[in-house]
Ligand binder design. Structure first.
Ligand SMILES: Nc1ncnc2c1ncn2[C@@H]1O[C@H](COP(=O)(O)OP(=O)(O)O)[C@@H](O)[C@H]1O
Ligand SMILES: [Mg+2]
Length: 324
């Protein structure tokens, strides 16, 4: 049994309009996705803005009303509120957001921000609480004098580390990290990712790591799902996704990874344009007549792609010939 099993999850938002404010349509933000997160792993969920990643993340935390499907946590369906309560789910599962300046209360001191989940879930003495907060600051590499400061007195990278400290305060089993480093400079991104890895090793945490950038996920995740228009278009190991991508959408995301080496930029731009060209020409092959991604089919025990079976097999075959 996996730690988390997401089965055919759908989250459709109603659109209301007209004088009576009736529901006239819906946005299929998440439209039938299935994947598992193993205990202790970092699972990557990657797609462009608007593909439904945050809606998925919020559903897993229990912040979004699910239209259909199930999310099993240790085998229990947590889309039901009574199960979340019974399992003490809010204690086990925490979230880290992209924008730490707006997710950390600007009027509270760091001590109170980090202690908040402790006050909600654990009833420590004042001394023990302070000790625990100091430990947490130490874990994310911040000095004790941070205790009495406010969020605006820190850099973006430091604030993100404070967000990490707060998220791990209650020793959670699972953290949903929604674009945790997307607002940070490249050099600072690496620092925060390293802290997240270190904490994972120390506490045995699982992450659902959400990003629009396949470059960021590369060194964090062993398994990755690619999301597009509410559906998954490809699932695989790091090697499957980076070295043998099959769906044109995955190839586009790979081509969009920013090139940091100045000497490579011209070549990188040329290959990105080539992928865009193929995308324009062959789009029809990759989506059904309604423009939706196909159901996933397996091309190997670890690798699935959203294509009709014959095409999937043919592409996988071509891919392995190119590699040979
Ligand atoms: N509360 C909401 N009401 C209606 N539509 C929403 C709501 N939240 C998100 N959406 C829509 O759902 C889709 C997926 O959004 P989101 O999950 O935020 O994607 P991502 O995180 O990948 O950028 C988008 O089209 C977005 O506009
Ligand atoms: Mg988002």
């Amino acid at each position: 049994m996996s730690l988390v099993e997401i089965k055919d999850l759908k989250v459709h938002y109603p659109i209301r309009s007209g004088f009576w404010n009736r529901v006239t349509d819906e946005v299929p933000a998440v439209d039938g996705i299935t994947f598992n997160i193993e205990a202790g792993e970092t699972y990557g969920l990657v797609g462009e803005s608007g593909s439904g990643k945050s809606t998925t993340g919020k559903s897993v935390v229990g912040l979004e009303k699910v239209t259909s499907g199930s999310i099993l946590y240790n085998g229990q369906d947590i889309t039901k509120k009574e199960n979340r309560r019974k399992l003490d789910y809010n204690h086990d599962v925490q979230m880290i957001f992209q924008d730490s300046l707006s997710s950390l209360n600007p009027r509270k001191r760091i001590e109170d921000i980090i202690a908040e989940p402790l006050r909600n879930f654990e009833h420590l003495s004042k001394e023990d609480e302070k000790l625990r907060v100091l430990q947490l600051l130490d874990i994310v590499g911040l000095d004790a004098d941070a205790l009495y400061k406010y969020p605006h007195q820190f850099s973006g990278g430091q604030r993100q580390r404070i967000g990490v400290a707060r998220a791990v305060a209650t020793n959670p089993k699972l953290i949903i990290a929604d674009e945790p480093v997307s607002a940070l400079d490249l050099s600072v991104q690496a620092q925060v990712l390293n802290f997240m890895k270190k904490i994972q090793r120390e506490f045995g945490i699982s992450y659902l790591f959400i990003s629009h950038d396949l470059g960021v996920v590369r060194h964090m995740c062993n398994n990755i799902a690619i999301m597009n228009r509410g559906r998954l278009v490809e699932i695989g190991t790091r090697d499957d996704i980076y070295n043998h991508p099959l769906h044109i959408y995955t190839k586009r995301l790979l081509a969009a990874i920013p090139e940091t080496n100045v000497n490579q930029r011209a070549a990188h731009r040329a290959s990105r344009l080539a992928v865009e060209e193929v995308y324009r020409e062959q789009q029809d092959k990759y989506y059904d007549s309604e423009g939706k991604a196909y159901p996933l089919v397996a091309v190997s025990p670890t690798h699935q792609v959203a294509l009709p079976e014959a095409i999937a097999k043919q592409l996988a075959q071509q891919e392995s010939e190119v590699q040979a």
